[in-house]
Ligand binder design. Structure first.
Ligand SMILES: Nc1ncnc2c1ncn2[C@@H]1O[C@H](COP(=O)(O)OP(=O)(O)OP(=O)(O)O)[C@@H](O)[C@H]1O
Ligand SMILES: [Mg+2]
Length: 249
């Protein structure tokens, strides 16, 4: 049993006009095996929350805590956070020219486990994970995300998650831009990890359609840098019908 505990998190970025506060006291606790969905208007700070948890250097934590099983996550470097079991699927996955998918996956796995995976077994694991996510094996030779379509990038994020098997996965709009088949394939990937491990999930989304495939235990409404309301799955349906007006001043 693990917990990711975010308490009173305040985060700012530096701009030409000086520091700009974005997260204004986020409180959120995710226990292992739980799926939490976060929904909120554009610009409310959802990706900022994801980046801050992962350790993006542009986001300065000015107050609050993020604890993973009681350990101060914010004092760890990005790679230490990953080794502690944290995974982020980015809203806009970055292209890494010059680094092949095969090389990237093996290097990440080696870094997280502290030892290189056995070659034959690893190649098999990658192959079957690609098959499940309907990614052609030729992707192995391509550079990370370079020239991938939007949906291919999102599927590759889930491939990484399935192979690295994190304790906590933050998925930032992994459902955006997916066709109906890809949405199902990506959701199945999430459900597979959920069913075969006790990983906790933070699912950032704008749409209830992914929540038809992935059943959240909790839904949080995120407005102006903090959680404005928490509820069960029916809260998502209400948001889709009513929008965010009642949370905005
Ligand atoms: N480096 C930066 N400089 C200036 N403003 C920034 C910077 N990074 C983020 N912001 C601002 O912080 C706010 C929150 O951005 P964020 O990407 O976290 O929103 P979001 O909730 O993920 O939105 P979306 O639903 O559109 O993905 C936005 O208004 C954004 O312009
Ligand atoms: Mg975002």
């Amino acid at each position: 049993m693990s917990t990711l505990e975010i308490t009173n998190l305040h985060v700012q970025v530096s701009t030409n006009d000086g520091p700009k506060p974005i997260l204004k006291g986020v409180d959120l606790a995710i226990a292992s095996d739980e799926i939490h969905a976060i929904m909120g208007p554009n610009g409310s700070g959802k990706s900022t929350l994801a980046y801050s948890i992962a350790g993006h250097p542009d986001y300065e934590v000015t107050d609050g805590q993020v604890l993973l099983d009681g350990e101060d996550l914010l004092s760890l470097s990005v790679d230490e956070r990953a080794r502690a079991g944290l995974f982020l699927a980015m809203q806009y996955p970055v292209e890494v020219p010059g680094v092949s998918v095969a090389n990237f996956l093996r290097t990440a796995k080696t870094a997280i486990d502290g030892q290189a995976p056995k070659v034959r077994q690893w190649v098999g694991e990658v192959g079957s994970a690609m098959e499940r996510l309907r990614m052609d094996p030729s992707f192995n030779q391509r550079d990370v995300n370079a020239g991938f379509s939007g949906g291919e990038k999102k599927r590759f994020e889930i491939l990484q998650m399935e192979l690295l098997r994190p304790r906590f996965a933050v998925l930032d709009e992994t459902d955006s831009g997916l066709d109906v088949d890809a949405l199902r394939i990506v959701s199945e990937g999430v459900n597979r990890l959920h069913d075969s491990s006790d990983a906790g999930f933070l699912l950032i989304t704008h749409y209830t359609r992914i929540l038809r495939y992935i059943k959240p235990d909790f839904v949080h409404v995120f407005v102006d840098g903090r959680v404005a309301e928490q509820g069960g799955p029916d809260l998502a349906d209400r948001l889709e019908e009513e929008g965010y007006d009642r949370y905005l001043k």
